[in-house]
Design a protein around this ligand. Structure first.
Ligand SMILES: [Zn+2]
Ligand SMILES: [Zn+2]
Length: 348
């Protein structure tokens, strides 16, 4: 049996014909197996969805009760038989509930990792290395220039700025699912215990994280806070809100943006970011290459991002590798770095 007899790339996502499902399809299908809740991977309108409980809950929060015909929750380490395959979920370390999906048939194992990072994150289960024959990987930061560095050093920069400018609001652009909650947890881990303010678009997801037992401390909505409360305090908002009328009521804001793209100075300048924070929920170049090597896979399929360099790197290591050319991944979270979308329709 060849890998393509188990999983085959199609323009709308990777398809498992013998199992009767797609992984992270970008269009509505009968049966979808979903890695995580970011909207480029988890779309509404599928007949049946298999995902972790957290991913299903996050989809429900975003799309409403009838986001799929039927749902089935699966835990990390759990397997289900689908058609002629065995499907097992493993933590991907990307956002709450994110999973790598291992598909096995006839002794061949393919792992579709969705988005992932191999550094610790206090808001989700740690990435688990799964040995496999074929590894399907993202390549959002798949260039040697991308080395994310130490997140605690980035948080220290933010706290230093707060101490230096106690009269200025600190507005931090961050993606609503995953990044915002991770930032809050990292700020808490650094010992900061004052209230952290939120743009309304992040409220539901953040409350959901807190409800799942992730310690986020005191969270308040920016819209109910006075100007004096916002001065010298941290407010998180979707990146797009940094440039919107919404941001004008903040006292002399320091504009911050937490993203892997902040490694690129020109990007920070382009977005008028005064304090760039290099914090990403995707593996950097070292993380991607170390993971690809450690899986032991001899065949590497690259879904999205900077595919060329990772494909080239793999081939020089004697592996087979190819880009999958799937259109539609990377319009949420770090993957484009300039998302203009505001989540959940609450623009306040
Ligand atoms: Zn993602
Ligand atoms: Zn993605």
């Amino acid at each position: 049996m060849r890998p393509e007899d188990i999983l085959v790339p199609t323009p709308v996502g990777v398809c498992c014909r013998i199992g009767g499902f797609y992984i992270d399809p970008t269009q509505a299908v009968d049966k979808a197996v979903i890695t995580h809740g970011h909207s480029d991977h988890a779309r509404a309108g599928h007949g049946a969805v298999l995902a972790t409980q957290e991913t299903l809950d996050l989809m429900r929060l975003r799309y409403g009760e009838s986001f799929a015909g039927s749902t089935q929750a699966i835990s990390y380490g759990e397997s289900v038989a689908l058609g002629g395959t065995r499907v097992t979920f493993h933590p991907a370390g990307h956002v709450l509930g994110s999973a790598q999906i291992a598909v096995e048939a006839n002794g061949l194992r393919i792992v579709a990792s969705g988005d992932y990072k191999n550094v610790l994150d206090p808001t989700c289960a740690a990435f688990e290395l799964v040995a496999c024959d074929v590894f399907i990987t993202e390549a959002t930061f798949g260039l040697p220039v991308f080395r994310h560095g130490d997140v605690d050093a980035e948080i220290a920069k933010l706290l230093h700025s707060l101490a230096l400018f106690p009269e200025r609001a600190h507005l931090v652009g961050a993606y609503a699912l995953g990044k915002a909650q991770r930032l809050i947890a990292l700020i808490r881990n650094a010992g900061y215990d004052k209230p952290i303010f939120l743009h309304g678009a992040m409220e539901k997801i953040t409350r959901y994280y807190a409800g799942r037992g992730i310690a986020l401390g005191r969270i308040e909505l920016a819209r109910t806070a006075s100007k004096a409360e916002l001065a010298g305090a941290v407010t998180l908002c979707p990146p797009s809100a940094l440039k919107e009328v919404w941001s004008r009521r903040f006292p002399d804001p320091v504009t911050c943006f937490a993203s892997g793209w902040m490694r690129v100075r020109a990007r920070a300048r382009q977005h008028l970011v005064e304090l760039p924070l290099v914090i990403s929920d995707h593996a950097d170049w070292d993380g991607l290459t170390a993971t690809v090597a450690a899986t032991g896979a001899s065949d590497i399929w690259v879904t999205h991002g900077q595919e060329e360099a990772l494909v080239h790197w793999s081939i020089t290591r004697g592996l087979q590798a190819r880009p999958l050319d799937i259109v539609g991944y990377g319009d949420e979270d770090d993957a484009d770095g300039v998302s203009e979308k505001t989540e959940l329709g609450d623009a306040t």
